[in-house]
Design a protein around this ligand. Structure first.
Ligand code: NAG
Length: 379
C-alpha cells in the first residue's frame, strides 16, 4: 500500500517540479515567512529558496518522537520527547548517543532502521535514538518534507543544547546517522549545535539541496567528522536517469559505491523502472529507490568490521569517482567506508565496489595501511 503511495507521489513530484521549472512560478510563493513561538521565523528567501517557496509546518504538526533503545531495552523503545522534562532519569549520560534519522516517506519503524539500531547496539554500548518524524516526512509534496527538516532540526537541536548546557553532556559524544532528507536535516542540527562529534550522511538527498550554499546543505562544517556515502547520485529530473542522492563532495570523507550513481542489482533506467510499475509485479518502492536505499544496507553491513572491511581507495586527486578509473590501490591512501570510516581521520574522495546482493562487502585483497590495521586490532 505505502509503495503505491510512494510511486504516486514520485510521479506528482516529478510533474510539479518539471512544470514549476518550465513556468518559473509557484502559486504558494506569496507567503515568505513562517514564525513559530519559541522557534523564530523561517524564510523561504535565499539561501532557503531550495523548497520553491514552500515553508516548514509548525512543530506541532510534525509529530516528532524519539525512540530510545539501549542494550537493556533493545526491542521495545522507551519514548522520549524532544522537550523531555527530566532527561537524566531517562538517558544514560555516561554513554555516547547515536541518533538515526530517516528520510522522505519513511519512518523510524522501517525494517532497515531497525536492523541498523540492532547492529549498532550489538557492537557498541550506546544510547540509540531513532528519530521518528514520519508525519513531517510523509507529505506527497517533496518540498514540504524538505522544508520540514528545518523545524525538526530545530527541535532536535533544542534537545541537544539542553543536554549540553544543563547536563554538561559533551556534544563530541553525539553521532547522527541520517538517510536522505535525514542527512540534510543533520546538517541543520550541526549548524545550530556546535561541536557535534560526527555526522554520517547516508546518500544525502540531492533534490532541493545539491548546488545550494553551505547553510542549506550538510557539509564538513556541521560536525567534527562528516562522512558521506553516495549510492544514487544522479539528477532526478534528467529523464531516464532519476536519482535521489547528491553527487558532490559534502563531508571530510566522501565514499562513492560502484561509481556512486547506480548500484549493481538495481534497475538502472527510468524505462526499466516504469516498466516495473506498469507490470506491478514487484515491490515498486524497492525498485524506484533501490540505489538510494542500498546505502542503508551497505552502512549496516559496515558495522561488523570483523566480518568484512569496506576498503575504499583514495580518488581525491583523480577526476573520476570509480574504481575502474584507476583508483584501485592504497598507494594514495585508503579508508574504510561506513561506520568505521573515522579510523585514521581520512580526508578526500574514496571509491569502492560491492556485490549486487548481500553480503555486499567484497573482502579486501589489498593490504590496509598499518595505521588502520592497528586501530582495528585495538578496538
Ligand atoms: C587522499 O588524497 C588527497 C590528495 O591527493 C590527500 O590530501 C589526502 O590526505 C589523501 N587521504 C588519505 C586518507 O590518504
Amino acid at each position: 500500500m505505502s509503495s503505491i503511495l510512494l510511486v504516486i507521489s514520485l510521479v506528482i513530484l516529478t510533474a510539479t517540479v518539471t512544470s514549476g521549472y518550465l513556468s518559473g512560478m509557484w502559486p504558494w510563493k506569496t507567503c515568505k515567512t513562517a514564525c513559530f513561538l519559541g522557534f523564530g521565523c523561517y524564510s523561504s528567501e535565499k539561501p532557503f529558496d531550495n523548497t520553491q517557496g514552500v515553508l516548514p509546518l509548525s512543530p506541532k504538526k510534525q509529530g516528532l518522537q524519539f525512540f530510545l533503545y539501549t542494550r537493556k531495552n533493545p526491542v521495545r523503545a522507551r519514548k522520549l520527547k524532544w522537550n523531555q522534562k527530566r532527561i537524566q532519569g531517562k538517558l544514560n549520560l555516561q554513554r555516547d548517543t547515536i541518533f538515526i534519522i530517516h528520510g522522505w516517506m519513511d519512518s523510524a519503524r522501517n525494517p532497515k532502521i531497525r536492523r541498523l539500531r540492532k547492529t549498532l547496539l550489538r557492537f557498541n554500548n550506546v544510547n540509540v535514538i531513532a528519530v521518528n518524524w514520519k508525519r513531517g516526512a510523509g507529505h506527497n509534496l517533496y518540498y514540504q518534507s524538505a522544508a520540514n527538516t528545518r523545524i525538526i532540526a530545530a527541535m532536535i537541536s533544542k534537545f541537544l543544547l539542553r543536554l549540553q548546557y544543563d547536563l554538561s553532556y559533551s556534544m563530541e559524544k553525539v553521532h547522527i546517522i541520517g538517510h536522505s532528507l535525514g542527512a540534510q536535516m543533520a546538517g541543520y542540527i550541526g549548524t545550530e549545535v556546535k561541536g557535534i562529534g560526527r555526522i554520517s550522511g547516508i546518500d544525502p538527498a540531492g533534490p532541493s539541496f545539491e548546488g545550494y550554499p553551505e547553510e542549506t546543505v550538510l557539509d564538513a562544517s556541521d560536525a567534527l567528522f562528516v562522512d558521506i556515502l553516495h549510492t544514487d547520485a544522479r539528477d532526478l529530473f534528467v529523464l531516464g536517469h532519476p536519482g535521489f542522492g547528491a553527487k558532490s563532495r559534502m563531508g571530510h570523507a566522501d565514499f562513492y559505491a560502484n561509481g556512486g550513481h547506480s548500484q549493481p542489482g538495481c534497475p538502472s533506467t527510468m524505462n526499466q523502472q516504469l516498466g516495473l510499475i506498469v507490470t506491478g509485479s514487484v515491490d515498486v518502492f524497492m525498485n524506484m529507490g533501490c540505489s538510494h536505499i542500498r546505502a542503508m544496507n551497505l552502512y549496516i553491513e559496515s558495522v561488523n568490521i570483523r566480518k568484512c572491511k569496506y576498503t575504499s581507495y583514495n580518488c581525491t586527486a583523480g577526476d573520476g569517482l570509480d574504481v575502474a578509473e584507476g583508483c584501485n590501490t592504497c598507494e594514495n591512501g585508503c579508508a574504510l567506508m561506513g561506520y568505521h570510516s573515522n579510523i585514521g581521520n581520512p580526508r578526500g574522495v574514496f571509491v569502492f565496489n560491492t556485490n549486487e546482493k548481500a553480503p555486499f562487502c567484497i573482502p579486501e585483497t589489498v593490504k590496509l595501511p598499518e595505521s588502520i590495521d592497528n586501530t582495528i586490532l585495538e578496538s
